[in-house]
Design a protein around this ligand. Structure first.
Ligand SMILES: Nc1ncnc2c1ncn2[C@@H]1O[C@H](COP(=O)(O)OP(=O)(O)O)[C@@H](O)[C@H]1O
Ligand SMILES: [Mg+2]
Length: 266
């Protein structure tokens, strides 16, 4: 095993990908989804991953979160190298150290909101820290709805349950893949506000894939992918600065057409 690069920074890195590559298929169907990506996600920081469709955002998130295997390179969560783990150990690490929020809320319809929130911990046989759980539930504004089932909740409320579920075990890092993709803008803003607060007030670490510049503006930092590579990065993003950067990404299919002298598009 190699040692961690710099002892001084080791404690602040919640997750790190080093020269991470992921190749799907072979021959004619070979796709390089990730091409030697190196990136750190720092503790108590909210990072958004952006880029055009097909640029490798989901693949990066899934590989770093231990949901998918990678071709070459390495990934670590905290001080644990994922490549060194057997399947069972990886499952345990995901369960104990990582929180997930997906576009589909993925709640169990037969369980109440509270039961859904504590389900991962129940499966792991861990007792929730009551004080922490109360704080999380209060933060996402679900105190009055804990005995409701998902069908009795709006989409925004269901995703709040999913946020609380991700936070409940005080994970080392939370990953979200388009967590507001299925929500109207108001509910989306609420969920993003909770993620923001979980970082600011609770010291959580959040990594979120999004294609929405407004969502990315809630983050501390935005990392831009294009064609499986990190091509840019910005701290303190605004929706406008993100939009500008996205327009200029190599390989972007969303480039704004250039205007000629007469204001016509080329
Ligand atoms: N299971 C898969 N098999 C083959 N190719 C895949 C698979 N998943 C993703 N890809 C390809 O990898 C690239 C990156 O995909 P993805 O990470 O889903 O991009 P994004 O999330 O940015 O839209 C794309 O070219 C996509 O078609
Ligand atoms: Mg995706």
């Amino acid at each position: 095993m190699t040692t961690t690069p710099t002892a001084g920074t080791a404690t602040t890195v919640a997750a790190r990908a080093t020269e991470l590559s992921k190749i799907y298929g072979q021959g004619e169907t070979r796709v390089v989804a990730l091409d030697r990506v190196s990136v750190d996600f720092h503790q108590a920081e909210f990072t958004a991953i952006m880029g055009p469709s097909g640029s490798g955002k989901s693949t990066l998130m899934h590989c770093v979160a231990g949901l998918d295997t990678f071709s070459t390179g390495s990934v670590r969560i905290g001080d644990t190298e994922l490549g060194s783990l057997k399947d069972k150990q990886l499952t345990k690490l995901r369960r104990d150290k990582i929180g997930f929020i997906f576009q589909a809320f993925n709640l169990l319809p037969t369980l109440t909101a509270l039961e859904n929130i504590t389900l991962p911990m129940d499966i792991a046989g861990r007792k929730p820290d009551k004080e922490w759980l109360d704080r999380v539930i209060q933060m996402v504004g679900l105190s009055g709805r804990l005995s409701h089932r998902p069908s009795q909740l709006s989409g925004g409320q269901q995703q709040r349950v999913a946020v609380a579920r991700a936070l409940a075990s005080k994970p080392e890092i939370i990953f979200g893949d388009e967590p507001t993709g299925n929500l109207d803008s108001r509910s989306g803003a609420e969920v993003l506000g909770f993620l923001r607060n979980s970082v600011r007030e609770l010291g959580q670490t959040v990594v979120m894939v999004t294609h929405d510049p407004v969502a990315a503006a809630y983050a501390d930092r935005v990392v831009f992918l294009a064609d499986g590579r990190i091509v840019d990065e910005v701290y303190g993003p605004t929706a406008d600065s993100v939009l500008d950067l996205m327009r200029n990404l190599p390989g972007s299919t969303r480039q704004t057409p250039e205007l000629d002298a007469k204001g016509r598009t080329s």
